[in-house]
Design a protein around this ligand. Structure first.
Ligand code: B12
Length: 439
């Protein structure tokens, strides 16, 4: 056995600080499983050894890999019976990387992912479910969630973008993935740590996979998570915080316009004295946005994000301050929002004879106006450029003539520049003029 000191030296308070496990949980583990059983002082107070602390860390590490505490204890006991040292065999830290366990005899996760994608594209639910069951039996829940579900969804999303998969196929796959995640969250062990985290999506954000996956992973780490799901509105957000009293709020955004609503939430809750953390693919695509939100950026990697959350709790450091958005953008935003309906109606009058289907027009308006609003909210029109490039490629992939986009933007620019006050709306007018000329 590893020679950790067995001298009883630490009281309960020290152990709670060192491991993050609540006193009630430590007492329950001792009562139910007899692991660890600390010695007692003459007055009956618990005194733990370094070896006890390492045992607790070991149990936490197994829990963060998705194992229930009773199974973790069983594993500990069975290794002990065989004369093997659990700490040496498995270590007291959760696998930092998604190492595939050596005992996994069966198809590799890549293979299972490809098969799952294919089953989803064929709308073959029972095959897709069987593949998931196989993956979850062979690999740790976290490996299966990331390597199969997350990467599988991203790949199907890419296929949709390249017109190789339909919206229906993509919806089918994400429904299956969400169902699996939900059942894992429902079966996750109760919290062992003192720390309540409120997690969800900012207004208008519907991509719930990332926050639900993080919910699962943080629950495996012992935190208490309150998951609020998609599109959490601003209204009554502050009242919700006051009634739930979280120690941390996590919001995720995948698109430019929801990064902007996330920024608005961050502004609105700044006086609540609860730290905010955030993440999402838009912050990888436009890294500059990471500095435009007052909060802790969690990075691109879910495993590393767990440590980042842990750090927020232990270091209690404040995030970097965010530069104020210049007044000119704020007034331009208000002016644009007031006139948006009128600009769209007039643009449609100009476009009616162009042959652009009304449905495309409505879609284009939704995307453009959201992105204009987001860029004005952040005070930088450059953020929208990546989005225009994205729409352009999408149209090409879907065999829509790029001329259609050009024509739409030119007409929009024409009405916008004649309808809006040229001084107040200068940032939008200049940007749209430049874009419609360059396209
Ligand atoms: C499933 C899906 C949907 C589902 C969501 C269902 C659900 N309950 O979640 C539905 C159908 C609702 C949907 C709708 C839309 N979607 Co969608 N969707 C996807 C898809 C296929 C998967 C998203 C997902 O959950 N991925 C799992 C995440 C975890 O993986 P990832 O995106 O690769 O992220 C990586 C990192 O960014 C990071 N990460 C991501 N989030 C977080 C969070 C934290 C905390 C951390 C630490 C890391 C992290 O982890 C990953 C690995 O590094 C993606 C494609 C894709 N590439 O992901 C498109 C995608 C996100 N959607 C997209 C779009 C455009 C839309 C719609 C606007 C489509 C439309 N025309 O209506 C709407 C918008 C809805 C809204 N208002 O929010 C685009 C966004 C691109 C853009 N420029 O904005 C994408 C990228 C598709 C594409 N290839 O273009 N979508």
């Amino acid at each position: 056995m590893e020679n950790y000191d067995e001298t009883p030296a630490f009281n309960l308070k020290v152990v709670v600080k060192e491991t993050g496990v609540k006193p009630d949980t430590l007492r329950a583990w001792e009562r139910r499983y007899g692991l660890p059983v600390p010695q007692r002082t003459d007055g009956g107070h618990r005194l733990y050894s370094q070896n006890d602390i390492e045992t607790i860390k070991w149990l936490l590490a197994r829990q963060s890999e998705g194992m229930s505490i009773s199974h973790a204890v069983k594993l500990w006991r069975s290794l002990e019976v065989q004369g093997r040292d659990p700490i040496v065999e498995l270590g007291d830290t959760a696998e930092p990387e998604l190492k595939v366990p050596e005992y996994a005899a069966g198809p590799a996760l890549d293979e299972l992912r490809n098969a799952w994608i294919q089953a989803c594209l064929n709308f073959d639910e029972s095959r897709a479910e069987n593949i998931l069951t196989q993956a979850f039996a062979l690999y740790s829940p976290i490996s299966a969630c990331i390597e199969l579900l997350q990467k599988g969804l991203s790949q199907i999303g890419m296929q949709w973008y390249n017109d190789e998969a339909s919206v229906q196929q993509e919806h089918f796959a994400s429904a299956l993935a969400m169902r699996r995640l939900n059942s894992l969250v429902a079966a996750a062990p109760p919290p062992t740590k003192n720390g309540r985290i409120l997690i969800g999506c900012p207004p208008h954000e519907d991509h719930t996979f990332a926050p639900l996956l993080l919910t699962l992973m943080l629950r495996y780490r012992g935190w208490e998570l309150l998951y609020l799901g998609a599109n959490v509105p601003m209204a009554r957000f502050e009242a919700t915080i006051q009634s739930i009293n979280p120690h941390l709020i996590i919001l995720t955004a995948q698109t430019l316009h929801t990064a902007a609503t996330l920024a608005e939430v961050s502004d609105a809750i700044q006086n609540q004295d609860v730290p905010l953390a955030f993440g999402g693919s838009i912050f990888n695509r436009v890294p500059e946005l990471q500095n435009r939100i007052y909060g802790h950026y969690l990075g691109t990697d879910f495993i590393k994000a767990l440590d980042a959350v842990e750090n927020i709790f232990t270091n209690k450091q404040k995030p970097h301050s965010v530069a104020k958005v210049p007044e000119i953008y704020q007034t331009a935003l208000k002016h644009y929002q007031n006139e948006q309906a009128m600009i769209e109606a007039k643009t449609w009058q100009l476009l009616q004879k162009s042959g652009m289907p009304y449905e495309h027009f409505v879609n284009a308006n939704i995307h453009l106006s959201r992105d204009v609003i987001a860029s004005l909210t952040f005070g930088d029109m450059r953020f929208i450029e990546a989005e225009i490039a994205w729409v352009e490629k999408l149209l090409v992939n879907y065999n829509m003539p790029p001329m259609l986009l050009k024509q739409y933007l030119e007409s929009y620019y024409k009405t916008l520049s004649s309808h809006l006050d040229s001084e107040v709306a200068a940032p939008i007018i200049e940007w749209l003029g430049k874009i419609s000329r360059e396209l």
